[in-house]
Design a protein around this ligand. Structure first.
Ligand code: UDX
Length: 440
């Protein structure tokens, strides 16, 4: 099929490259000339496993190209809208400027029989608002939310857990077209759910609200564990064995961040309030508050471990990305912890395998270095993103590098026993401090 993808950010670039990889002829359009240039040369503007290979293969095959010129969508019959919907400045609601602009720019190029497919995460009601102008061009509108996780974006796009198509009443044509777009995924077992626009829009925010709630639930349990002497990691294992609950997304720690969960739960709350149903999702404000409290708790824990003040103490902050396998620092709890400690006068040296350039752009005031530079003579070590290289650190070796063997495991990703046995004072979130410190 001939397909266009409007917006070549995280979502659009991955979507365009993935569709080309399954045999479609794809043009990606973006207003950012530098991004288009990078993508056209097979360079990924984001760190995402498998994406560079897919981009290069697509471009070499001639099935994938990128452009800044919207008229290049002509010839395509299915047009995906994959632009961003960031949080509006000074508000909780979503900023729809880019979505509205994408529709406005695309409309003049639509011809009879085209299908426009919204992929962006939008407040419920957005599709209905645009359906009329698309239909006036003889085209159809569908909404097909994306559920990709950063770090697994290619896999999640090529083999999605499910496909959701929101279509207008009786629009079987758009369903057929989307089935053809996703023929490979459907053949390998991805289920398809066809719904109205509102349901499709809500599926996305409901899924993210549920995931955020699950994380904040276990982090709330961590808060209780901290004052009762319980261990939240064992609690999570135990309740996770109940198949109705499941162990996934029950990792207590510094909480969620990234480009989706925080802004999506806020936008959902704002939209529900507009609809007069604020109370239905009022709990999401609590979910957000619990999440933000965990960052504060990490700073508090480091302070306690350092005897009441971090001032002039060297703190090694391991991790800046909002999660491993990503260079994304949008709303990153890790970066936030580094900034807060720095603001309190600690001598922070922060490090990350991929996210240092993005962090530096946002926070040039921080000192960045290699893992070795961060650890050298540190008074405390804080692990804030569970990159494999931090999980695999050898505690005995690191012990010889630091000044004081104090580790705050803000992701509960280290083996507390092994670290304590190697002479460390180990402090996790929602668990008791292990004092294995050997004073010399
Ligand atoms: C999320 C959704 O998973 C995805 O379906 C949606 O399309 C976009 O938002 P992503 O932001 O890539 O994807 O990350 P995800 O893997 O969901 O993690 C989100 C955050 O939650 C991370 O900061 C992660 O560290 C945190 N998290 C996750 C926890 O704190 N505990 C957990 O148990 C799981």
């Amino acid at each position: 099929m001939k397909i266009s993808v409007i917006g070549c950010g995280y979502l659009g670039a991955v979507h365009a490259a993935s569709l080309a990889s399954v045999g479609h002829d794809v043009v990606g359009v973006d207003i950012d000339a530098a991004k288009v240039e990078a993508l056209s040369n097979g360079r990924s503007p984001i760190y995402e496993p498998e994406l560079p290979e897919l981009l290069r293969a697509g471009i070499e095959s001639g099935r994938l190209r990128f452009s800044t010129d919207m008229s290049d969508v002509r010839g395509a019959t299915v047009h995906f809208i994959a632009v961003g919907t960031p949080q509006r400045l000074g508000s909780s609601s979503a900023d729809l400027t880019y979505v509205d602009q994408a529709f406005a720019d695309l409309l003049p190029h639509l011809v009879d029989g085209d299908v426009v497919v919204g992929k962006s995460t939008v407040p419920v009601g957005t599709a209905q608002r645009h359906a009329g102008s698309v239909e006036a061009r003889g085209a159809r509108l569908a909404w097909n939310p994306e559920f990709l996780r950063e770090g697994f974006a290619v896999k999640d796009t090529i083999e999605p857990d499910r496909l959701v198509y929101g279509v207008a009443d009786g629009d079987t044509y758009s369903v057929e077209q989307l089935n053809e777009v996703y023929a490979t995924a459907i053949a390998s077992g991805s289920p398809v759910i066809v719904s109205d626009f509102a349901t499709a829009e809500l599926v996305k925010v409901a899924a993210n609200a549920f995931l955020a709630t699950k994380i904040s639930f276990i982090n709330a349990m961590a808060e209780i564990a901290e004052v009762t002497g319980a261990d939240v990691t064992k609690l999570a294992d135990a309740i996770g064995h109940d198949k109705r609950i499941g162990r996934k997304f029950l990792n207590a720690g510094v909480g969620f961040g990234g480009g989706c969960l925080p802004k999506d739960i806020r936008a959902f709350t704002a939209r529900a309030e507009e609809l007069g149903r604020g109370e239905s999702v009022a709990f999401l404000k609590e979910v957000d508050a619990i999440n933000l409290r965990r960052r504060e708790r990490v700073v508090e824990l480091v302070t306690e471990e350092l005897g009441g003040s971090v001032f002039q103490k060297k703190v090694a902050v391991l991790g800046l990305a909002f999660k491993p396998d990503s260079d994304d620092v949008r709303d990153s709890p890790a970066l936030d912890v580094a900034v807060r400690l720095n603001g309190l006068g600690a001598k922070v040296v922060a490090t990350d395998p991929e996210a240092m350039p993005n962090s530096r752009r946002l926070h040039p005031q921080l000192v960045y270095g290699t893992t070795e530079e961060a650890l050298a003579d540190a008074d405390a070590v804080v692990v804030v993103t569970e990159w494999p290289e931090y999980k695999e650190l050898n505690p005995a070796k690191v012990h010889r590098m630091v000044r004081t063997p104090i580790v705050v495991d803000a992701r509960n990703c280290l083996d507390a026993d092994v670290w304590a046995e190697s002479g460390w004072e180990y402090a996790g979130l929602g668990r008791q401090v292990r004092n294995g410190r050997v004073t010399t």
